[in-house]
Design a protein around this ligand. Sequence first.
Ligand SMILES: CCCCCCCC/C=C\CCCCCCCCCCCCCC(=O)SCCNC(=O)CCNC(=O)[C@H](O)C(C)(C)COP(=O)(O)OP(=O)(O)OC[C@H]1O[C@@H](n2cnc3c(N)ncnc32)[C@H](O)[C@@H]1OP(=O)(O)O
Ligand SMILES: Cc1cc2nc3c(=O)[nH]c(=O)nc-3n(C[C@H](O)[C@H](O)[C@H](O)COP(=O)(O)OP(=O)(O)OC[C@H]3O[C@@H](n4cnc5c(N)ncnc54)[C@H](O)[C@@H]3O)c2cc1C
Length: 664
Amino acid sequence: MEGGVDYLADERKKAEFDVQQMKIVWAGSHHTFEISDRISKLVANDPAFSKDERTMLPRKELFKNTLRKASYAWKRINDLHLSEEEASQLRFYVDEPAFTDLHWGMFIPAIKGQGTDEQQKKWLPLAYKMQIIGCYAQTELGHGSNVQGLETTATFDPQTDEFVIHSPTLTSSKWWPGGLGKVSTHGVVYARLITDGQEHGIHGFIVQLRRLEDHRPLPGIIIGDIGMKFGNGAYNTMDNGVLRFDHVRIPRDQMLMRVSQVTRDGKVVQSDVPRQLVYGTMVYVRQTIVQDASCALSRAVCIATRYSAVRRQFGSHNGGPETQVIDYKTQQSRLFPLLASAYAFRFVGEWLKWLYTDVTQRLQANDFSTLPEAHACTAGLKSLTTSVTADGIEECRKLCGGHGYLCTSGLPELFAVYVPACTYEGDNIVLMLQVARILMKTVSQLGSGKLPVGTMAYMGRIEHLLQYRCNVQKAEDWLNPAIVLEAFEARAARMSVSCAKKLSKFANPEEGFAELSADLVEAVVAHCQLIVVSKFIEKLQQDIPGKGVKQQLKVLCGVYYLFLLHKHQGDFLATSCVTPKQASLANDQLRVLYSQVRPNAIALVDAFNYTDHFLGSILGRYDGNVYPKLYEAAWKDPLNDSVVPDGYHQYIRPLLKQQRSAKL
Ligand SMILES: CCCCCCCC/C=C\CCCCCCCCCCCCCC(=O)SCCNC(=O)CCNC(=O)[C@H](O)C(C)(C)COP(=O)(O)OP(=O)(O)OC[C@H]1O[C@@H](n2cnc3c(N)ncnc32)[C@H](O)[C@@H]1OP(=O)(O)O
Ligand SMILES: Cc1cc2nc3c(=O)[nH]c(=O)nc-3n(C[C@H](O)[C@H](O)[C@H](O)COP(=O)(O)OP(=O)(O)OC[C@H]3O[C@@H](n4cnc5c(N)ncnc54)[C@H](O)[C@@H]3O)c2cc1C
């Protein structure tokens, strides 16, 4: 803290709950809090992990710096014998996208999920020691969303017992894979399997890309970086790459063969495992992206909340201090729903992690029954949480006024690094449409006696939900979780049923689906918001120790669902789930809740336990010492290295001279 002064101390004194206990709720457990707290400090106190100049560095220097940090991080992980959990916390607090993300986050999971036991035995030890570095090479120049449209071919050659990997067209060039451009030695490459002239769909193949001796591409391989991306610093630390194959040969046993096998004589044998498992790595990463959404949103909210308490505009009485902008109701109505959403996403992320672990255990025992539920939840929640988070970060920037636009606020880089999450790992609309298909299938099976399960179970009460009438009579009734849940269930069910009815009028269901796709996406949003609301309410049913902690979470949960109800009141009214009077009462209650959040706002963002290093924001400093630090930072800009700028003699002086002579 600057000279030991805490400019936010008075705010911190207003807290009505035990912040330390809230930190543990946020972290998930004492154990994860301890690891996260220790590793965040380890990173913050190590100058090798400084990120001060990231937005100023030219690409080559930026990238080299990332290589340095990644290699240093790996050394620290080994020297300190960090566990996998500690290592991934270290990666989180280093806060810089790097090739290692794809190696650990996709290459290894792809081999684990789609490789046979022998393949795992052969490749995983090399990958775990980083003796090979891998990427996930699926997307091509011409196709990303449409995985079945990929053009790269893997043709089996029975003469040599090899696959020939080939890029037949320009659009078949692999394009986007992270870590591919400059680093990876290997990739899991997705290609159309062809044996004996017949196509057998998309499969993953382990392909060596670069020589281990001198890092040069192997014969037949063209490889490079695809160029600068949005923003300074941001995702430009990653070498997203382009890759072309000219009849590159790999041994047959490098096709990932858990889902299907190709025999020595070129026969394709389907195992009992469903073919959708080829998409399994995406399910895994989508689940991690939901957890990450709460991190990115909480970070932006932490910056905007602290700064809103520091910043004062207007409202001085008799020469007294002006009003803190956090006290304006408009500021609260924009900021507090985002604060509540950060907590909501945290809890739904925790639940999704549980769901994913459960599915993985079942898959290992060859029980594939919950795979569609895992697909629907990860796809839908990935879309919902990343869209809200990306928009939320931008809203936080606006909440910080002009200073939010400075790189030193940390918000521009956070936005630039985060926003591709709406696209990668499945474009958000494309994923919503996947969920829409599953919802429509569920509605169509309602009469058949097949009861919907998991997060679709509420559809099993469709008769009741179609007749439901909300009985809220006064504003406080909206604090009753049972009432809220039913209103959200009825809204989601009615929107789905309405789409299903419209769909049934089309002779060609695919045409109908395309025509109604915008309505379907709205129904999916309603369904996914219901999941988040219900998981928040479930969280509140747990035993949560600590003075006032549960009460604060109840307030945040109320803010979350009442804000949604207010924002989407068109849906609730159009489906007759609430009356205009009830919608208005919901908004009255929401204002009451905002005033309950207000004294706790700073403590609620302190509970994220973010270090100043991690936040990387002058506006979000823990001590609130914003103005002197902003002033100081301005002078560090390279433009201020000299009083007279480079280019003065060439461009400014002749201009001024010309104006002078024109006047004379
Ligand atoms: C600093 C250094 C430190 C060092 C530290 C070291 C330690 C570090 C430790 C840990 C670090 C870890 C960090 C991890 C971070 C990870 C970050 C990752 C960053 C993200 C990068 C982004 C990567 C990518 O983008 S990869 C490419 C993703 N691509 C997509 O998502 C494509 C989207 N398209 C699709 O998914 C599909 O094509 C489709 C589903 C849209 C359509 O496909 P289709 O035509 O085949 O499908 P159908 O519509 O016909 O459906 C068929 C059938 O299948 C079902 N289905 C579809 N998808 C799935 C699925 N995924 N799972 C299960 N089932 C699925 C569908 O419902 C249909 O079912 P039916 O029953 O109806 O037949
Ligand atoms: C930063 C970043 C990192 C990435 N890393 C990797 C990686 O490591 N490995 C990898 O393989 N890939 C990677 N990708 C690629 C990424 O997965 C794809 O870009 C993503 O899946 C979207 O596909 P697309 O680019 O084909 O979008 P498109 O499908 O071309 O989308 C364009 C527009 O069309 C719309 N659209 C498309 N299909 C439909 C439809 N059926 N109905 C309605 N609308 C539709 C979309 O909503 C969107 O608005 C990365 C991408 C980015 C941006």
